[in-house]
Design a protein around this ligand. Structure first.
Ligand code: GTP
Ligand code: MG
Length: 362
């Protein structure tokens, strides 16, 4: 109760005492008592009912260790403009997806899976900065590993530094791909020197940052880079519980003329099934059809799987967290309450602006 009220335990205990309830910090109080405390703090407690519905609907409890199974790593590519992010993603995809697919047609769904040494790696195909911004804005944690692309002929640039800061703030592991090694002006030693100045000390210099020289253009160093991704994933010991209701993040979403709202989801825990009801932010819907990154129809998507789904009532926002839920009616109720909360927030922020305007006029 104290956490929800944003008060200290002592504050709540004090109010309880004033109300004649002798309680300690770990005691359970009933709803009516909690309501009285809310009134004491002049906090509207209908809000608590919102949380209760969310809690009843969404099981966010931690998984017991024995239910956890290894999952594949989720990787994002970041770096300065023109340093070769898209070329690198294309090179990885060309080598590992298109060549093995009949016809070689890969659908763009904002994320794809590659297989290396019999193991999967999921790449988010959205611009790295966008993925991180969305993720931080919603408090979601999407990626495990960031590949920082640095052009060997250009070195560390402003957006490289920005990417380093994003990745550090999100607590993800960084692997550096020193790209454009085919260029005569390539100077990897200078890149490593500059990385060190930003707190990323290469392994060969006694630090813990893996640097892999690559040429996205000539498709060189790609296998080594993927091996390093798997090595890093091993150290992270990534796990999830495939036997629970699915939870994950909206990677991309758009309105398709023929198919309606189309969303690319990354399943992060649990397994998403065709026919599941999901809530993503303020949007609810039933997964009518689900396709993988190769455009194949699938019915089950385990952790670390990117899928494209149709069936939502509206277009969710990239970065929204989604949950598969058992009760569609309750999900709609929760969505409505979230919409209401959003409105309130917007109202408050416009009030704040007008107050600021007022002050600036004085
Ligand atoms: P933005 O999305 O605009 O930020 O750029 P990007 O980081 O995705 O870079 P992109 O892959 O578009 O590559 C930029 C330019 O660098 C293109 O002209 C590529 O052909 C070139 N390029 C990328 N990788 C290499 C490489 O390994 N060697 C050489 N010589 N050129 C490369
Ligand atoms: Mg690009």
């Amino acid at each position: 109760l104290a956490t929800r009220l944003k008060k200290t335990n002592a504050d709540v205990v004090k109010k309880l005492m004033l109300l004649g309830v002798m309680a300690n910090a770990n005691q359970v109080v009933d709803f009516d008592t909690a309501a009285l405390v809310c009134e004491e703090f002049k906090v509207k407690y209908e809000r608590e009912i919102v949380v209760t519905i969310e809690e009843r609907l969404i099981d966010d409890s931690d998984d017991a260790d024995e239910n956890l199974e290894p999952r594949s790593p989720v990787v994002v590519v970041m770096g300065h403009v023109d340093h070769g992010k898209t070329s690198l993603l294309d090179a990885i995809r060309d080598a590992h997806v298109t060549a093995t697919e009949a016809g070689g047609i890969t659908q763009h769904i904002g994320a794809y899976k590659v297989n290396k040494n019999g193991r999967d790696i999921t790449f988010l195909d959205t611009p790295g900065h966008a993925a991180f911004t969305a993720m931080r804005a919603r408090g979601a944690n999407i990626t495990d590993i960031a590949i920082l692309v640095v052009a060997a002929d250009d070195g560390i640039m402003p957006q490289t530094v920005e990417a380093i800061n994003h990745a550090k703030a999100a607590g993800v592991s960084i692997i550096v791909a020193i790209n454009k090694m085919d260029k005569p002006e390539a100077n990897p030693e200078r890149v490593k020197q500059a990385l060190t100045e930003h707190g990323l000390v290469p392994e060969e210099w006694g630090g813990d940052v893996i640097c892999v020289p690559v040429s996205a253009l000539k498709h060189e160093g790609i296998e080594e880079l993927l091996e390093m991704v798997l090595l890093t994933a091993d150290m992270l010991d990534l796990k999830a519980n495939p036997n629970r209701a699915a939870k994950g993040t909206v990677v991309e979403a758009k309105l398709d003329k023929g198919r309606g709202p189309v969303a690319t989801l990354l399943v992060q825990n649990g397994t998403l099934h065709a026919g599941d009801v999901i809530i993503a932010g303020t949007v609810v819907g039933r997964v009518r059809a689900m396709t993988d990154d190769k455009g194949r129809k699938i019915t089950d998507a385990p952790p670390s799987t990117p899928v494209e789904i149709i069936g939502l009532s509206d277009v969710p926002a990239a970065g929204d967290i989604f949950h598969a839920v058992a009760d569609e009616k309750m999900a709609r109720e929760l969505a409505e309450q979230r919409r209401q909360e959003e409105k309130e927030k917007q109202f408050k922020s416009t009030q704040k602006v007008s107050l600021d305007d007022l002050f600036s006029q004085i």
